[in-house]
Structures are given as C-alpha cells and as structure tokens.
Write a protein that binds this ligand. Structure first.
Ligand code: XMP
Length: 327
C-alpha cells in the first residue's frame, strides 16, 4: 500500500538551493530508514534511477549495491557512461552484467512486438534476480518511482509496475527517495548532485530500448545499424543546439531492403528512418521540422558511416495516428 504522498503545499524544486535542501533531508531520511543495512538498485542509467543512485551513494556509500544490466539494446556509449560516472567517479558498489548474448539469443526470430517486449521485460527480471540471489544481507530495494507514476497508477492510466515484478523469494522493503518529485524536480536534484548534463537532461528512452526501433525479428547487424545511426543523430543534434530542445529523436531501421548504387555497383540495403518529435504529454505529438542543411548532412553521414544503409527517410507523421515508437 502506498502511503507516502507529495504534500499539498510542497514548493516546486526549481533552484539549486531547494534541490540541496531536498538532498539533505533525503539523506537523513534514507539513513534513518536503512541504518547500516544494504540496499539494492537496478541502475539503468536513466534520469530517475541515476538520481536515486547518486542520493543513496551520498547517504550510505558502499552499502548501496547497484546492478546495471546491459540487455544489448542500449544506445551507443550508455553502459560505458554508467560505469564511468558511478564506478569511476562516484566510487559506487556497481555490478555490471553484460547480458547481451542472453537477450539477443532469446529474441532471435521473434517478430511480434508484444512478445519481444515480454521477453525483454521477463529476461531483465531474471538477470536482476540472479544477481540479487548472489548477494548476502540485502534488506532493501531502491526504486526511481516518481510522483507522476503514482498519479497515473491512481488514475488507472498505467500500472505502477516499478514496485515489484521480482519473484516471491526476493521481497524487499522499498526505498523510494524521489517518490514525491515531478520529473523536472528530479532533474534539478540530479544537477545539484553533480550528475553530468547528458544524463540529467536526457530524452526519454523506452525500457525495451533499441529493440522497438529494430522492428520485427532483431538481427545483430540491423541492431548495430540502429545503434550507429542513432549515435550520429544524437551527435548532430547536440552540435546543432537541438539537444534538450527537441523532446525525442531517434532512428529506426525497418526489416526490408531496397536497391541502391554505390561505387558503380548495385546495393541491396536497409533504409534508415529519422524520427524527431515534440510534445508535452506524449499523448499527442508534432514533428520537428529540421533544416534542409541538417537533413542533407545527416543523410550523408548515415549513408557513408553506417554499414547496411543505402537510403535515409524522414518521418513526418504526428501522433495520432502514428505512435512515437514503431512497435
Ligand atoms: P508511443 O510509442 O506509445 O510512446 O507513442 C510514447 C512514449 O513512451 C515511450 N515508450 C516506452 N517507454 N517502455 C518505456 O519505458 C516502453 O515499452 C515504451 N514504449 C514507448 C516512447 O519512447 C515515448 O516517449
């Protein structure tokens, strides 16, 4: 049963001073709640889990055990950034699990989007549970639940499935230090905790990761084409001042090929679709119109740098009728 709530009169945390006051208060509360016991956290590298990790490291140091599961569907450089920020710079007790082969083997030949999501979600819990069972003396599970998660689950919009999913033998008391915060406040707190801007301000990224941007049955080569083209898109958006301005942007490499020509020879390769959208609530989205120069530059980079791509397309479809992701 959820009992903690955002106080009606709580001031919006929108300055470094307010963020620092929240951090000080939470450190005290976390210490009171967990004492000298150990806390487990699934650290994805997303904003919420990263802020929770940074808060808990300040409060209990090595008694926080972070598990970062790489399901092979992360963006280029993500696992490396998690290791650099948390293990190298914050001295976190971090377990890194590269489960890429495990996930991709299970997903091989699976083309149904719901089945893919189900496999990714289920396998994630399996891997996390296996790591948890190897550890001794864990009594708490930290989670990056935020206030909109509670509101949406109360309104029946989506299940608040942050809490749980773990098997019966692994039940822990929850530690949810950012539960009373809205997303913008989590970011403010993240900045005050010294997390890098790229981590605090990052665009939304779905749990099933690049898996939903590699429509149909995932193959390693097409997945690499998604990852590489996405990295180019992010780099160019950052260079052109669009990072943090456009809500979400990514590439999709669909499972069909078309004829092209390169160095006087016929090619038969995939297209790469660019999607860049703006929204406030993700129920309705509009398309970001990029400059012709930027489009030309992106096309040139993607067709020359990404193996397997011979065409670049731009998706001009709003939501509705299209969703943001392709699956
Ligand atoms: P759609 O495609 O439904 O996406 O218009 C709306 C927003 O939700 C994100 N999204 C997900 N996030 N797990 C997540 O954590 C998912 O399975 C998932 N599917 C979509 C999507 O990136 C967009 O921001």
């Amino acid at each position: 049963m959820q009992t903690r709530r955002r106080p009606e009169n709580m001031e919006r945390i929108n300055t470094p001073a307010l963020a620092q006051a929240f951090i000080d208060e939470q450190i005290k509360e976390i210490k009171e709640q967990v004492g000298d016991k150990k806390v487990l956290l699934a650290l994805s590298g997303g904003v919420d889990s990263s802020v929770v990790a940074a808060l808990l490291i300040k409060a209990i140091g090595q008694n926080l055990v972070c598990v970062h599961v790489n399901h092979g569907l992360l963006r280029k450089g993500e696992p490396e950034q998690v290791i650099k920020v948390f293990r190298d710079e914050m001295n976190a007790n971090l377990i890194y699990v590269d489960a890429t082969d495990r996930f991709l083997d299970k997903l091989a030949g699976v083309s149904d989007p719901e089945e893919k999501r189900h496999i990714i979600g289920g396998e994630f819990i399996e891997v996390f549970a296996e790591e948890a069972r190897k550890l001794d003396g864990i009594e708490f599970l930290a989670q990056g639940t935020i206030w909109p998660d509670i509101l949406e689950s109360e309104a029946g919009i989506k299940a608040h499935h942050n809490a749980g999913g773990l098997p019966e033998d692994l039940q822990f008391e929850l530690v949810e230090p950012v539960l009373t915060l809205f997303k913008d406040e989590v970011r403010e707190v993240g900045r005050a905790l010294g997390l890098p801007a790229g981590m605090v301000d990052r665009q939304p990224f779905p749990g099933p990761g690049l898996g939903v941007r590699c429509p149909g049955a995932i193959t390693r080569d097409r997945l690499e084409a998604v990852r590489e083209s996405d990295a180019i898109l992010r780099e160019e958006f950052a260079k052109n001042g669009l990072e943090g301005k456009v809500w979400q942007y990514f590439t999709v490499v669909p499972d069909f090929k078309s004829t092209g020509v390169k160095d006087g020879k016929r090619t038969f390769d995939w297209p790469c679709i660019i999607r860049a959208i703006n929204t406030t609530d993700v129920m309705e989205v509009t398309v970001e119109h990029l400059s012709a120069e930027l489009i030309d530059h992106l096309v040139q980079r993607i067709i020359t740098e990404v193996p397997g791509i011979n065409r670049v397309l731009y998706d001009f479809t709003p939501k509705p009728p299209a969703t943001v992701e392709y699956e």
